[in-house]
Design a protein around this ligand. Structure first.
Ligand SMILES: [Zn+2]
Ligand SMILES: [Zn+2]
Length: 316
């Protein structure tokens, strides 16, 4: 059996070995970009490992509460922040609200806002065509089989991404906002902190800062929450809204669909065909049954004076 000291020694050797490699060599060794490995695969591995531990603890309502609250904060950052504001500029925000959007998007632990927006704008420019960065039909112009397409559109596209090239082409406008660019330095720090902070909040709610209580909060409000939202967002491209599942209400130049099955996980983002039909609209609803709570929230923030010029293509 491995002792603690032996593990520590092996860890030091691995660290020295990795430090001696160039970024290109690390890419070659891992077959993927190390930064993306860190952001996507590491939380996934930790989530499974910690899941085995937390599974043995009795489920309490605070587990669900902490999961739900942090999931909704992160979803808000992705849907309202990265998608409707940073990618499509579908409303104007005060500097305070802009920071709140950046902050909540960093809590989601996906790619930084500038990169998220660049990739998403490219997706709209080439939806379901050869240059779509996460198409389930093509990879760099090559037609894909069903399962190849599923995995490519779900997650594998991230590992081959020319991040800087896409940012230079699609998000030059970010550089006019020095404040926003500076915030990006804190993206990773915020993301990692909010994997851990839910642990201390849940322990406080349970009235005891024991390792069990802290770890269950880190699992439900941190790692599991990140993994579920990552996969819910990935499913829009790989299965839910670009694979002919669901229904179309707008004749668009792509395969986008509305998919109510994704609504519990991504709320109004599930009306993806409505969105492709009116890309700059902050409102994804076209009929009364298309519920879009994030649009309602924006209307509330407008009343507080934090948001203005909300674009709504579906005003009846
Ligand atoms: Zn799309
Ligand atoms: Zn969009």
């Amino acid at each position: 059996m491995l002792s603690y000291n032996r593990c520590k020694k092996i860890g030091v050797y691995v660290k020295i070995f990795l430090m001696s490699l160039t970024v290109e060599q690390k890419d070659k060794l891992l077959g993927i970009k190390p930064r993306f490995f860190f952001a996507i695969m590491l939380p996934f591995i930790l989530c499974i490992a910690l899941g085995f531990y937390v599974w043995k603890l009795p489920f309490v309502w605070q587990d669900f509460f902490i999961f739900f609250v942090f999931y909704q904060i992160a979803l808000f950052g992705i849907s309202v922040g990265n998608h409707r504001y940073f990618s499509h500029k579908s409303f104007k925000a005060t500097p305070f609200f802009e920071f709140l959007l950046f902050f909540t998007s960093a809590v989601a632990f996906q790619t930084p806002a500038i990169c998220w927006a660049a990739v998403h704008r490219k997706h709209h420019h080439h939806s379901d065509k050869g240059e779509d960065p996460h198409s389930p039909y093509f990879k760099e112009g090559r037609a894909l089989s069903f399962w190849e397409g599923f995995w490519h559109a779900h997650v594998m596209w991230i590992f081959g991404l020319d991040t800087l090239g896409i940012i230079k082409k699609y998000t030059q406008d970010f550089y006019h906002n020095e404040r926003l660019v500076n915030w990006h330095r804190f993206h990773m720090f915020i993301g990692i902190s909010f994997l851990i902070i839910p642990g201390f909040i849940e322990a406080a709610m349970l009235g005891e800062f024991s390792s069990d209580n802290i770890l269950r909060g880190i699992f439900w409000g941190g790692l599991f929450r990140v993994m579920l939202l990552h996969n819910a967002v990935f499913l829009i491209n790989s299965w839910g809204c670009h694979r002919g599942i669901g229904y179309r209400r707008n004749e668009t130049n792509d395969q986008s669909t509305n998919n109510p099955l994704l609504f519990p996980f991504i709320l109004g983002e599930a009306w993806h065909n409505n969105h492709h039909g009116s890309q700059t609209s902050a409102n994804n609803a076209q009929r009364a049954i298309d519920i879009d709570p994030h649009f309602w929230m924006l209307k509330g923030f407008e009343k507080l004076g934090w948001v203005s010029d909300i674009k709504d293509a579906h005003k009846s």
